[in-house]
Design a protein around this ligand. Structure first.
Ligand code: PGA
Length: 265
C-alpha cells in the first residue's frame, strides 16, 4: 500500500477520542488472582464513562473473566489470535472463538509476538483482517528496537509495520482499529519514552494514517502508548496531544498499580 505521511498539526485533531486504558496481563496471574483483579477494576470503574478500560487475560481465563465482567463497563480482549478462521492449526485460537467467549478486543503484533515468536508484518496484517471479520476490535502494535532508534530508522520501521498491519483494511473498518506505539526498548524495562518522544512518534503515525486513508480517519483513530507506563508517569504521557490511552503490561497486574492509572486525571 502506498502512503505519504501528512503533517497534521493545528486545531481540531485532538477531539473526540475517548481515552482507552488496556491492561495486558501477558502470561501472568492465575484464575483466582485474575478474577480478583478483574472484580477490583470493575468496582473502581463503576459507571464512569470518561474512559474505556479493557483487560487482556491469558486465553484460558478469558471466558471466566468475561462472564465476571459481563454487563460492566470493563471490556475483555485476547493477546493474540490466529489469522485463519478455522481448521488444522494446532495450538491456535480463532478470532470467532474469542468473540464466542465474550471478547471485544484483541492485541495484534505485540513486540513479544514479533520478536520472540517471529511474527512478521504480513502475518500481523492477516490477523487484523481475520479479527475484523469476526467482529473484534484490534489493537495493532508497532514499535522500534533500541538499535533501530539509534540507527534513526524508527519512522521507517513503524510505518512499514503500520502499513502492513492495516493492509486491505477498509476505511469503514478503521472505526474499530486502535494503534499502539510500543517502543521495544521501553517494554518491561522500566524505561519510558519521554512525553516528547511519544508525542513525535504518535504525530508521525497519525500522519501515516492520513496518508493511508484521510485526515478524518487520522483524527479519530486512537493511538495508545505502551512501555513501562506506571502511576507516576501516566499523567505526563496522557497530557501529550496525540496520546489517546495506554497499553499497560507490568503495572496492570496488581490493583495497587493499575487502579490509580484509571484516575490519571
Ligand atoms: P510494560 O509492557 O508496561 O510491562 O512495559 C507493556 C506492553 O508490553 O504492552
Amino acid at each position: 500500500m502506498e502512503f505519504q505521511p501528512v503533517g497534521l498539526t493545528g486545531a481540531g485533531f485532538t477531539t473526540g477520542r475517548k481515552p482507552l486504558l488496556a491492561g495486558n496481563w501477558k502470561m501472568n496471574l492465575e484464575r483466582k488472582s485474575a478474577l480478583g483483579l478483574a472484580a477490583a477494576v470493575r468496582e473502581r470503574l463503576g459507571e464512569r464513562d470518561d474512559c474505556e478500560v479493557a483487560l487482556f487475560p491469558p486465553y484460558v481465563y478469558l471466558d471466566e473473566v468475561a462472564r465476571l465482567l459481563a454487563g460492566s463497563r470493563v471490556k475483555v480482549g485476547a493477546q493474540n489470535c490466529c489469522d485463519e478462521a478455522s481448521g488444522a492449526f494446532t495450538g491456535e485460537i480463532a478470532a470467532s472463538m474469542l468473540v464466542d467467549v465474550g471478547c471485544d478486543w484483541v492485541i495484534l503484533g505485540h513486540s513479544e509476538r514479533r520478536h520472540l515468536y517471529g511474527e512478521g508484518d504480513a502475518l500481523v496484517g492477516a490477523k487484523t483482517k481475520a479479527a475484523l471479520a469476526a467482529g473484534l476490535a484490534p489493537i495493532v502494535c508497532v514499535g522500534e528496537t533500541l538499535a533501530q532508534r539509534e540507527a534513526k530508522s524508527t519512522e521507517q520501521v513503524i510505518s512499514a509495520q503500520l502499513v502492513a498491519g492495516l493492509a486491505g483494511v477498509e476505511r469503514r473498518s478503521m472505526e474499530r482499529i486502535v494503534i499502539a506505539y510500543e517502543p521495544v526498548w521501553a517494554i518491561g524495562t522500566g524505561k519510558t519514552a519521554s512525553p516528547e518522544q511519544a508525542g513525535e512518534v504518535h504525530a508521525y503515525l497519525r500522519g501515516v494514517l492520513a496518508g493511508l486513508y484521510d485526515r478524518e480517519v487520522a483524527a479519530r483513530t486512537r493511538i495508545l502508548y505502551g512501555g513501562s507506563v506506571k502511576p507516576d508517569n501516566i499523567q505526563a504521557l496522557m497530557a501529550v496531544k496525540d496520546v489517546d490511552g495506554c497499553l499497560v503490561g507490568g503495572a496492570s497486574l496488581k490493583a495497587e498499580t493499575f487502579l490509580p492509572l484509571l484516575e490519571y486525571r
